[in-house]
Design a protein around this ligand. Structure first.
Ligand SMILES: C[S@@+](CC[C@H](N)C(=O)[O-])C[C@H]1O[C@@H](n2cnc3c(N)ncnc32)[C@H](O)[C@@H]1O
Length: 212
């Protein structure tokens, strides 16, 4: 299994210039956002129904090893750890501040939290049962097609949970509808699609690589 299971606390304060500006509300970096805001997306303990749908699906496939990309403060990661109990659970985020907070909240539960940029390390993510990309697509939109195509090529279950806000202005040429994700992965693996009403727009949850 690639991608070292050690905690890397290297600071990452570089501005992310290619993210949708209206989502950043003036903050120069994810670190700054996490420093100023207690919970930038109001995710809390990831108890809303769209997260529960992901948990339900994980229950059906019972992964032994899980890799969570863009874990933020670790709400979903913690649910996976407690409710699914994989043997190995590794979570990464580009924000050093978020990872430090996640570790301070959840250090006792045995999750490996690491600072890493998925745009740089996606080729090293191999040999996992399941890889989760929850609500990260817009922040890596220019590289998202390349990343999920690469991950979709392997035998890993790739779970993509992605909101498509009705008023999304940026990156519409890359992804404006859930169907665009099919084209990106390049293989017809969509198994389920859930659309509860969500604040800020339509929420779409899609799974790749496993039946439900
Ligand atoms: C909307 S939050 C989603 C958090 C969590 N996955 C969830 O669904 O509750 C997006 C997260 O992606 C992280 N992120 C953005 N760009 C990233 C990148 N290039 N590599 C890793 N994480 C990134 C942000 O720091 C943030 O924590």
């Amino acid at each position: 299994m690639a991608l070292d299971n050690t905690i890397n606390g290297s600071p990452n304060d570089q501005p992310i210039t290619d993210i949708p500006l209206e989502l950043m509300e003036g903050y120069p970096s994810f670190d700054e956002w996490y420093r100023v805001e207690k919970d930038p997306w109001d995710i809390g303990k990831a108890m809303s129904s769209d997260y529960s749908v992901v948990i339900e699906y994980l229950r059906t496939i019972k992964p032994i090893t899980v890799f969570d990309v863009g874990c933020g403060l670790g709400g979903l990661t913690k649910r996976i750890n407690i409710e699914i109990t994989p043997r190995i659970l590794h979570a990464i985020d580009i924000s050093d501040v978020a990872i430090r907070k996640a570790i301070s909240f959840y250090s006792t539960i045995g999750v490996c939290f690491t600072v890493a940029d998925i745009r740089e390390c996606y080729k090293d993510i191999i040999g996992w049962d399941t890889v989760i990309m929850s609500e990260i697509g817009w922040y890596i939109a220019p590289q998202f097609p390349r990343i999920i195509r690469q991950l979709g090529k392997s035998n890993m279950n790739l779970i993509i949970k992605q909101t498509f806000p009705a008023n999304q202005q940026h990156y519409r040429a890359i992804m404006s509808r859930p169907e665009n994700l099919d084209d990106m992965v390049g293989i017809p693996l969509i198994k389920r699609w859930v659309e509860p009403d969500g604040k800020g727009g339509r929420i779409t949850v899609r799974w790749y690589g496993g039946d439900i």
